[in-house]
Design a protein around this ligand. Structure first.
Ligand code: SF4
Length: 455
């Protein structure tokens, strides 16, 4: 199924779509209010983008510097060229410690690498400890948003899910009750865990330390209660110096949820005495993306989710319709680089309104990259013959003003007088959920000339 077909499934529940749309727009508005309170917000965005561009141009040096400083701090550093290697490395660390219980705090990279199913196959229990992540884990679904993973679920649905899996009482979706039950359930998991896995938001080259941002403190809780900490990061998570954290931490939380700062910005530098800390640095297609001149800026992404919250397509089609670990506009420019055939419909799932680029804290030209991918995909992939022929005819008509005027006149006549079934049928996907506006007798040109003549 392509994006449009998957979106159709989500669109079946109209009330839910409206609610999903409103909920995400509310987050977008919070982001606006919060960003507007910061003097020099645009300057901060420029800085963030500039620092990321510098990182990408000197990635090799910063990564080696980070590795060497992390090793000096007593951290064990691993390199993985792809998802398979990443999973094997994590698996081997767990085997070495005979770990059977793992708590994980939110990490989109481990989602991207499908770490959970890999570890579960080895008989290891992996518990996602971010509340939203735990909800989707219990529902056996992937996250639908990178910051709000269970945004597609109503509190009533969570109520039923918790009754089924955690044995809670029916509460008609009482959030306080559900959160307190989740807390009890997760606390037990934290206390029994052998190993904690976290993601990395920012890895600082000149100190070898890294920062993990959470709102629930689950990364800290997991790390402090386990003997081993494994942090998994993509190669683009590097920033040159500690002082640059001031730029990114201010941009990240405001863009993500409108908060001035995430509740916990946890700094990890070295293992506690008697404990072990590992960092797995993962490529998994990022160097290839870096080599694509038109798309390399997509690696600036700090995973705030703002482009999703603002996107009219994402809000009304839901994250699962993208079928990729990172959904929404940014996912639509990352995924074709991973598997163009599978994800070829995603760059077309956009109005190209540019709202994503406007809110992106690191100024990624998302809508321009979506447009570029469309060109690449049309060139490299077989297009449906109907679409190809229509575009060919449109190309001829649009390049000849006289022909365009005749075609317009005929189309207006046909749309006015043709029977309904000829206009609204299977071939007209656009008309499935929409009525055409009233057809006028004249086009703009004719109207304009007449208006001038009439004075
Ligand atoms: S592309 Fe920009 S707006 Fe979208 S998640 Fe990444 S940083 Fe945020």
């Amino acid at each position: 199924m392509n994006h449009a077909e998957k979106a159709e499934v989500f669109n079946k529940d109209e009330a839910k779509v409206n609610w999903h749309d409103k909920a995400l727009w509310y987050v977008r508005e919070k982001r606006d209010t919060s960003a507007h309170k910061v003097q020099g917000w645009e300057y901060l965005r420029e800085l963030g983008s500039g620092i990321k561009a510098n990182v990408l141009s000197n990635l090799d040096e910063y990564l080696v510097q980070f590795e060497s400083n992390a090793q000096k701090n007593g951290v064990i550093v691993h390199w993985a060229s792809n998802a398979e290697e990443h999973n094997k490395i994590v698996g081997s660390i767990l085997d070495k410690h005979q770990a059977k219980k793992v708590v994980k705090s939110k990490s989109m990279l481990t989602e991207e690498c499908h770490l959970n199913p890999f570890l579960e196959k080895k008989g290891i229990e992996v518990i996602d400890t971010d509340l939203g992540e735990r909800i989707v884990q219990l529902a056996e679904e992937p996250p639908s948003h990178i910051v709000l993973p269970a945004i597609h679920k109503t509190k009533e649905e969570v109520d039923v899910l918790f009754q089924e899996h955690l044995g809670t009482k029916p509460s008609q979706g009482n959030p306080e009750y559900l959160v307190s039950e989740a807390r009890k359930h997760l606390r037990d998991k934290f206390l029994k865990a052998d190993v904690a896995i976290t993601g990395v938001n920012f890895a600082v080259a000149d100190t070898g330390g890294f920062v993990v941002c959470t709102n629930e403190g689950n990364a800290d809780m997991g790390v402090h209660l386990s003997k081993v900490h494994i942090a998994c990061m993509g190669i683009e998570k590097i920033i040159p110096q500690e002082k640059h954290l001031g730029v990114f931490l201010r941009l990240l939380a405001r863009s993500a949820t409108g908060q001035p700062i995430t509740t916990y910005s946890s700094h990890f530098n070295k293992p506690e005495e008697g404990k072990e800390m590992h960092i797995v640095i993962v490529d998994n297609g990022r160097t290839e993306q870096l080599s694509r001149e038109d798309f390399r800026a997509s690696l600036h992404c700090i995973r705030c989710g703002a482009c999703m919250n603002t996107c009219p397509i994402y809000r009304r089609s839901g994250g699962h319709s993208y079928d990729y670990a990172i959904p929404g506009p940014i996912g639509s420019i990352l995924s074709p680089g991973k598997d163009m055939k599978k994800h070829s419909s995603l760059p077309f799932a956009s109005t190209l309104c540019g709202s994503c680029s406007n809110v992106c804290p690191v100024k990624i030209n998302i809508h321009e990259q979506l447009y570029k991918w469309r060109q690449v995909i049309v060139k490299e992939q077989k297009q449906p013959i109907i679409k190809k022929s229509i575009l060919k005819v449109a190309g001829v008509v649009l390049s000849k003003p006289n022909l365009y005027a005749i075609a317009g006149k005929s189309a207006r006549f046909a749309l006015k007088h043709a029977p309904k079934f000829m206009i609204y049928n299977k071939l007209n996907a656009w008309g499935k959920a929409r009525d055409l506006p009233e057809i006028k007798n004249e086009n703009f040109d004719e109207w304009f000339k007449k208006r001038n003549k009439d004075g």
